[in-house]
Design a protein around this ligand. Structure first.
Ligand code: 7XF
Length: 398
């Protein structure tokens, strides 16, 4: 893309073109993969200058690679962030962020409903090193305000949250945290920057499991953290370089660049199909409870409208007859795959209590509002009538 154009190109255009000129790579339309672990220095002095940080460039593959750099540029742009870091998995992004920004004696205030291993990292991981975690209900801003104390360095939440899609008011949390000088970290995995951009709402850092919609094809693991250039540099040079070493492979970075080219069109389709399925489930006699942020009668519809441009690709529900009936329905499915993960072309269904949220102790899970009967559906890119037919036949059979 030529710089100097007055009008900023759209998200899809930027995700396809930004930061790459084929003339720099023998005309290759697709950016090449740099499969190299190390880089040759022109001289000893040039190498030393790179190590001293006096020159920009590549030294060794653990901290960056050109394929990864292009990917980071495109992701930062999609999130309207100054910079981004891409690492080996979502958990690597979260842990690298915590290890880089927190020290013994610091505190985190986190939402009660987060991905199971994020909960485990917060509850059983960082606490072993003298960091204190408090879990509160982020749908109640008074609870968040009361939990932030003098030790609190950051607040952490997902919205929509995994697995029950509850909605946290991003601008509301930002207003509270700003006043107390606390960093706001938002896991934007479920919404993607196509539907929601937390940094525009004042968040400091955005996290992704890029394994999901950003990759989009169920063929890679990756994680993202995006935010201020200075903070991202700290996370790269501490978190990635010597605390976790969890580097993304150049090949996975290449696959993700490929995934990003269709991000907007995929997310639009995931979201449109999920809205159709949710609408039909809302009228289905077998459904006991239904959670979909895009429904007009969602209890937090006003916040959804303010911060998301559509409801997204995930639906959660409970079936009459509880989890026994739910498992029977899941086992009757044909094209819908029983699998964890989400945001893939394939429609995926899973049981959070025994799968993605098994790391929660059962009593904590219940207290935090993640019910044993809950089922999570990631609506894929198949024709929506085929997805519905499969669900309908399974629901009818039980
Ligand atoms: O390390 P990963 O790339 O798997 O990402 C961890 C992660 C971080 N944040 C959110 C909101 C997530 O959902 C995840 C991973 N979740 C998958 C799931 O819920 O299906 C993991 C399968 S066990």
């Amino acid at each position: 893309m030529k710089s100097g154009r007055n009008k900023r190109a759209g998200q899809a255009t930027r995700a396809i073109h930004l930061g790459y000129d084929p003339a720099t790579a023998q005309g290759a339309l697709t950016p090449p993969i740099y499969l190299t672990s190390t880089y040759a220095f022109e001289s000893v002095e040039q190498g030393a200058a790179l190590f001293r940080g006096e020159r920009e460039g590549y030294i060794y593959g653990r901290t960056k690679n050109p394929t990864q750099s292009l990917l980071e540029q495109r992701i930062a742009d999609l999130e309207n962030a100054e910079a981004a870091l891409v690492v080996a998995s979502g958990m690597a992004a979260i842990s690298g962020t915590f290890w880089s920004l927190l020290s013994q004696g610091d505190g985190i205030v986190a939402d009660k409903v987060v991905y199971g291993n994020t909960y485990a990292l917060l509850d059983k991981g960082v606490t072993r090193f003298g960091i204190e975690t408090k879990f509160v209900d982020f749908t109640n801003l008074d609870e968040v305000a009361a939990a932030i104390g003098p030790k609190t360095k950051l607040v952490y939440f997902e919205t929509p949250a995994n697995p029950n899609l509850r909605i946290v008011d991003i601008a509301g949390v930002v207003a509270l945290a700003r006043a107390k000088n606390v960093l706001v970290v938002v896991d934007n995995t479920f919404a993607t920057p196509i539907l929601q951009r937390p940094i525009d709402l004042g968040a400091d850092l955005v996290i992704h499991s890029a394994t999901k919609f950003l990759g989009g094809h169920g063929d890679l693991l990756a994680g993202v953290v995006a935010g201020k250039a200075e903070t991202i540099k700290t996370i790269r040079m501490n978190g990635l370089r010597f605390l976790t070493g969890a580097t993304i492979s150049p090949f996975a970075a290449f696959l993700m660049l490929r995934g990003l080219k269709t991000l907007e069109i995929r997310v639009e389709r995931h979201s449109k199909s999920a809205a159709t399925i949710a609408e039909r489930l809302s009228k289905h006699p077998a459904i006991e409870t239904l959670h979909y942020p895009g429904l007009a009668d969602h209890p937090r519809a006003a916040i959804v409208k303010r911060q998301m441009s559509a409801g997204g690709g995930l639906i959660a529900f409970e079936i009459k007859g509880g989890i026994k009936a739910g498992i029977a329905v899941m086992d009757k499915l044909d094209i819908i795959r029983r699998a964890v993960s989400l945001g893939d072309a394939e429609t995926l269904i899973q049981h959070p209590a025994s799968m993605t949220h098994a790391a929660y102790e059962p009593e904590v899970r219940a207290k935090h509002g993640i019910s044993d009967g809950l089922i999570r559906l990631s609506v894929g890119l198949e024709n929506v009538e085929d997805i519905w037919d499969d669900l309908e036949q399974a629901l009818a059979a039980v």
